[in-house]
Design a protein around this ligand. Structure first.
Ligand code: GMT
Length: 381
C-alpha cells in the first residue's frame, strides 16, 4: 500500500504514534509518505520506503494567521496525485481532518478518489475540539472521514458526548515496539544521578496545565522525606517555571533534575524505578505505556483512558486527580522494598506486551484494507 500520514512533528504523543506507525508500516513493505511542517522528531535516519514532504506556508504581510490548513490541503492533493497514494491517514483532527476532506473533494473533482482515516488522539476532542469556535468544522470533518479511530474507549465515549457524531468509531490503542525498550547496560549513567543507590522517579510530558506537573513535585516531596530518592523531569512547556519555583519552595531542588526535551525517553526510563503521571485529563497516556515497556511501574490518576493502560495494584496504582497523599502512599508501597519493586517491574513489562506493535498494527492494516475495499466498490460501479 502507499499511505500518506499527516501528523504533528513535535514532541506530542500523537506525532510519536503516527511516526512509529509509519516506520512500522514501511518496515513491512508499505510505502509511507509523512506530510507535515517539520521533520518528525522520531523519524530517525534515511530508511527504505519512507518519504517526508514538508508543508511550507509562505510569509506574507497580510497573513497574521498563516493559512496552514489550505497549504496542507494543496500539498495533500499534490502528493496523492504524483506519488499515487492509496489512502491518507491523519493524526489529530485539528486541522488535519478538514484539510484531508478538502483535498479529497479537490481530487474527486479530477476523478481521483482517495479515502482518508482520522485518528483522534485526545486534546483534539477533550480540550481544543470542544471549543465552540472549532466544533462545527471538526464535527463535519470527523463525520466525513472514511473511517475514524480513537486511541481509547474513553476517548471514543468523549467524542460521542461532545460532538454530534453520526458514524462508527473504532478503538485502536496506542502501541510500543518492545525491542526499543530493552534494558540497556547504563549502570554508570544511573550512578551519576543516584550515586548512593537512591530510587529514581521520572515524569515526562509537555508541561501543560492538564499534566499537573506540580503534583509530581508534591508526590516526590513525600517520597524523598521517606527514603533517598531523585526526581528526573523530562520535557518542557508552559508550566516549567511554576514547577521550578515549586521545587525551590519545597526544598527539593538538590534532588531534582529538570532535563528538558529528549528524543529518546527510553534512555531515562531505563534508569528509572517509578513513573508518575498525575494528569487531569489523558486520553491514553503514551508516556506511561513507554514506562511500562521499560519495566517501570506507574503512579497515575483515574483520568480518561489511563485505567485502560494501568491495572490498579498490578502494574502501578491509580488515584483520584489531585490526591497527592494517595499517590505518595502508593509510590511508597512500590518502592518500600526491592522485592515489591521487582514484582511491579515484572508486571509492568508484562502489561506493556498487550500493546505490542505486533498486536496493534494488524488492526490498522485491516482497517486500511476495508476502507480501500469500500472505496473501490463505491467508485467502480
Ligand atoms: O497531551 C499530549 O501529551 C499531547 C497529545 C498529542 O496529541 O500529541 O497527546 C494525546 O495523544 C497521545 C497519543 O495518542 C495520548 O497518549 C495522550 O494521552 C493524549 N493527551 C491527552 O489526552 C492530554
Amino acid at each position: 500500500m502507499k499511505i500518506g500520514i499527516v501528523l504533528y512533528p513535535t514532541f506530542g504523543g500523537s506525532g510519536v504514534v503516527a511516526t512509529e506507525l509509519g516506520k512500522a508500516l514501511s518496515e513491512r513493505g508499505h510505502e509511507v509518505h509523512f506530510i507535515t511542517y517539520n521533520q518528525p522528531v522520531r523519524l530517525g535516519s534515511f530508511t527504505k520506503n519512507l518519504y517526508y514532504h514538508e508543508v511550507n506556508v509562505s510569509d506574507y504581510p497580510l497573513f497574521d494567521y498563516p493559512p496552514y490548513e489550505t497549504v496542507l490541503a494543496s500539498k495533500l492533493v499534490d502528493v496523492v496525485k504524483f506519488e499515487k497514494l492509496d489512502l491518507l491517514h491523519v493524526h489529530y483532527a485539528i486541522p488535519h481532518a478538514s484539510a484531508a476532506l478538502m483535498a479529497k473533494q479537490i481530487l474527486a473533482s479530477q476523478g481521483i478518489h482517495i479515502p482518508f482515516i482520522t485518528t483522534l488522539h485526545g486534546t483534539d476532542i477533550t480540550l481544543v475540539g470542544r471549543d465552540p469556535s472549532f466544533a462545527p468544522a471538526i464535527t463535519y470533518a470527523i463525520n466525513s472521514s472514511d473511517a475514524v479511530t480513537a486511541v481509547s474507549q474513553s476517548l471514543k465515549s468523549d467524542t460521542y458526548n461532545h460532538f454530534e457524531i453520526t458514524r462508527d468509531i473504532e478503538v485502536i490503542p496506542n502501541f510500543i515496539e518492545p525491542e526499543h525498550y530493552l534494558p540497556k547496560p547504563e549502570k554508570d549513567f544511573k550512578a551519576e544521578y543516584a550515586p548512593n543507590g537512591e530510587r529514581i522517579i521520572t515524569h515526562i510530558s509537555n508541561f501543560r496545565p492538564v499534566k499537573r506537573v506540580a503534583d509530581v513535585v508534591r508526590v516526590f516531596k513525600h517520597i524523598s522525606d521517606a527514603m533517598p530518592a531523585k526526581l528526573l523531569l523530562i520535557g518542557d512547556g508552559p508550566d516549567r517555571y511554576k514547577v521550578e519555583q515549586l521545587c525551590r519552595d519545597m526544598g527539593t531542588c538538590k534532588h531534582t533534575h529538570i532535563i528538558g526535551k529528549l528524543k529518546k525517553p527510553e534512555e531515562v526510563l531505563c534508569i528509572s524505578d517509578l513513573f508518575i503521571l498525575p494528569s487531569e485529563s489523558e486520553s491514553f497516556g503514551l508516556a506511561a505505556l513507554e514506562a511500562l515497556a521499560t519495566g517501570v511501574p506507574v503512579i497515575a490518576t483515574r483520568a480518561g483512558g489511563i485505567p485502560e493502560v494501568i491495572e490498579h495494584g498490578v502494574s502501578g496504582f491509580l488515584s483520584e486527580v489531585g490526591d497527592v497523599d494517595n499517590m505518595a502512599a502508593n509510590s511508597l508501597k512500590i518502592l518500600e522494598s526491592d522485592e515489591s519493586l521487582k514484582k511491579f517491574r515484572k508486571n509492568a513489562k508484562m502489561r506493556s506486551e498487550v500493546f505490542s506493535i505486533e498486536k496493534i498494527l494488524p488492526m490498522y492494516t485491516n482497517l486500511y484494507n476495508s476502507v480501500l475495499e469500500k472505496n473501490r466498490e463505491l467508485h467502480t460501479l
